[in-house]
Design a protein around this ligand. Structure first.
Ligand code: GAR
Length: 194
C-alpha cells in the first residue's frame, strides 16, 4: 500500500491473457484524481497478449508467466506479487486456472470478472450457450475467486437484455461495455474491506 497525502492507495495486479479492454479501463479509472487504487503490475500467461502494450504506455511493471509447469509458474506469480507489494489481484480475461494453494495464500484478495450472470454459464462460450438456451438476459459478474471455477462469492452483477437477432459477437460487445462499468464499482466495494 502506498500512502499518498493521507490516503492509502491499494496496489493492484491485473492478470490478462488477451485484448485487455478491462485492463485499459481499470488503468484509466486508477488515474482519476480520487482513485483509491493504483495498477502496479500486469501479469500475462501470453506473451502476445495485446493488453501487455498498456504496461509500456503507462509505465506499469509487467511479467509474462510461462505455464509449462504450474508450480513454477505460481512461484513466479507469488514472487512478483510480493515484489510489487500487491494488495489485490484482479483477473481480467485471464484464461488460466489458479491453484487452490495460490488462492489460499491470497485469500479474499483475488477477484475475477466473468461474462455471465453467475451461477449460470460458468466456463467458456457463455454468450453462445445463453442464446442456445433462449435466455432473455445475459450479463456479467464480478466475484471472489475460490478453488472452484467461477464459483466464489458474487460482488456485483449487471444484467444485459438478449434480443432475438443478437449474435454471440453482438452480446459480447454489449456485455463488455457493462463490464467496464461494473469492474471499477466492484473494486471500490472490495477495497474498503482490505
Ligand atoms: C471479458 O469479457 C471477461 O469477462 C472474459 O474475457 C473477456 C476479456 O476481455 N473473462 C472470462 O471469460 C474469464 N472466464 P478483455 O481482455 O478485453 O478485458
Amino acid at each position: 500500500m502506498v500512502k499518498l497525502i493521507g490516503i492509502k492507495k491499494i496496489n493492484i495486479a491485473v492478470f490478462i491473457s488477451g485484448t485487455g479492454s478491462n485492463l485499459k479501463n481499470l488503468i484509466s479509472h486508477s488515474l482519476r484524481k480520487k482513485s483509491r487504487y493504483k495498477i502496479c503490475l500486469i501479469i500475462s500467461n501470453n506473451s502476445k497478449a495485446k493488453g501487455l502494450n498498456y504496461a509500456k504506455k503507462h509505465n506499469i511493471n509487467k511479467k509474462i508467466i510461462h505455464y509449462e509447469n504450474i508450480t513454477n509458474a505460481e512461484k513466479t506469480i507469488l514472487k512478483e506479487l510480493k515484489r510489487n507489494s500487491i494488495d489485490l489481484v484482479c483477473l481480467a480475461g485471464f484464461m488460466k486456472i489458479l491453484s487452490a494453494k495460490l488462492i489460499k495464500k491470497f485469500k479474499g484478495k483475488i477477484i475475477n470478472i466473468h461474462p455471465s450472470l453467475l451461477p449460470k454459464y460458468k466456463g467458456l462460450n457463455t454468450h453462445q450457450r445463453a442464446i442456445e438456451n433462449k435466455e432473455k438476459f445475459c450479463g456479467c459478474s464480478v466475484h471472489y475467486v475460490n478453488s472452484k471455477l467461477d464459483s466464489g462469492k458474487i460482488i456485483l452483477q449487471k444484467k444485459v437484455r438478449i434480443f432475438k437477432n443478437d449474435t454471440a459477437e453482438k452480446i459480447k460487445k454489449k456485455v463488455l461495455k457493462q463490464e467496464h462499468i461494473l469492474y471499477p464499482k466492484a473494486i471500490s466495494k472490495v477495497i474498503v474491506n482490505l
